[in-house]
Ligand binder design. Structure first.
Ligand SMILES: [Zn+2]
Ligand SMILES: [Zn+2]
Ligand SMILES: [Zn+2]
Length: 243
């Protein structure tokens, strides 16, 4: 829902610490001259401005929930600037959600308005994207399978409660693991701090970054409780990755 959460006056929502301001979860992979974004959140426009993103080469989707797709309309300036459609990569159920939520993009009825230009690609296994390999990692978001992604020595797993054994095999030897840790209290579809720490203990990445954090977790006081190699991610966090 973002932090501050609308209408909430808890200590984290009222915090003056900029690290307690959280837009919806997304990642920009910048390599060579390419910019690839994971998910187009409702905050996509603000996030792209903040990172001074001058072009967009592709979007990869984890799943079709509103907090991960609703910024798609804001890719239009890149369509205009680059004079091309933007490739979107997603598993079939996520492509179906995009077609449903953004019917105006796909119904091909004549319009006087500019609609996003997109090219859909189905993810059904590891794929090459501008010279690197993106490995999809199936995780369970409640009962729903959604995708995380491994790229080189890093992986991004947002929105999951459980990682199946077959997927864990794809997640060893990481330098950086970015993973869901919604709050301390258990949740039916999201991993909490305790569950995520257990997964970090099992997979043993060099560093872990918690994301998809709600207003239950204050940045400074939560970090003080975590092991040194596990930190809360924050808006604008950047680091290098061996691809
Ligand atoms: Zn709050
Ligand atoms: Zn979700
Ligand atoms: Zn989400």
């Amino acid at each position: 829902m973002g932090v501050p959460t609308l209408g909430c006056h808890c200590a984290v929502c009222e915090s003056k610490d900029p690290l307690d301001k959280r837009t919806r979860p997304s990642v920009l992979l910048a390599y060579g001259s390419r910019n690839v974004v994971i998910d187009t959140t409702p905050d996509f426009r603000l996030q792209a401005m903040r990172s001074r993103m001058d072009r967009l080469d592709a979007v990869i989707y984890t799943h079709g929930h509103a907090d991960h797709i609703l910024g798609l309309d804001d890719i239009r300036p890149f369509n205009l600037k680059q004079k091309s459609a933007i490739p979107l990569y997603a598993a079939e159920p996520t492509l179906a959600a995009l077609r449903r939520q953004f019917a105006y993009i796909f119904d091909h009825s004549p319009t006087e308005s500019l609609v996003p230009g997109v090219e859909l690609h189905t993810i059904d296994g590891p794929f090459e994207l501008f010279g690197i390999t993106i490995v999809p990692v199936t995780v369970l978001h409640g009962k729903q399978p959604v995708l995380g992604f491994r790229f080189g020595k890093a992986a991004y797993l947002t929105d999951f409660i459980r990682v199946p054994e077959a997927s864990k095999k794809l997640l060893y030897g990481l330098d950086d693991l970015i993973l869901d840790a919604l709050r301390y209290v258990p949740h039916p579809t999201h991993s909490n701090v305790e569950q995520s720490l257990a997964l970090v203990g099992e997979l043993r990445p060099k560093r872990a970054w918690f994301t998809h954090i709600c207003h239950d977790l204050g940045h400074a006081e939560t970090n003080a409780q975590l092991p040194k190699n596990v930190r809360l991610a924050y808006d604008g966090l950047q680091f290098g990755v061996e691809l």
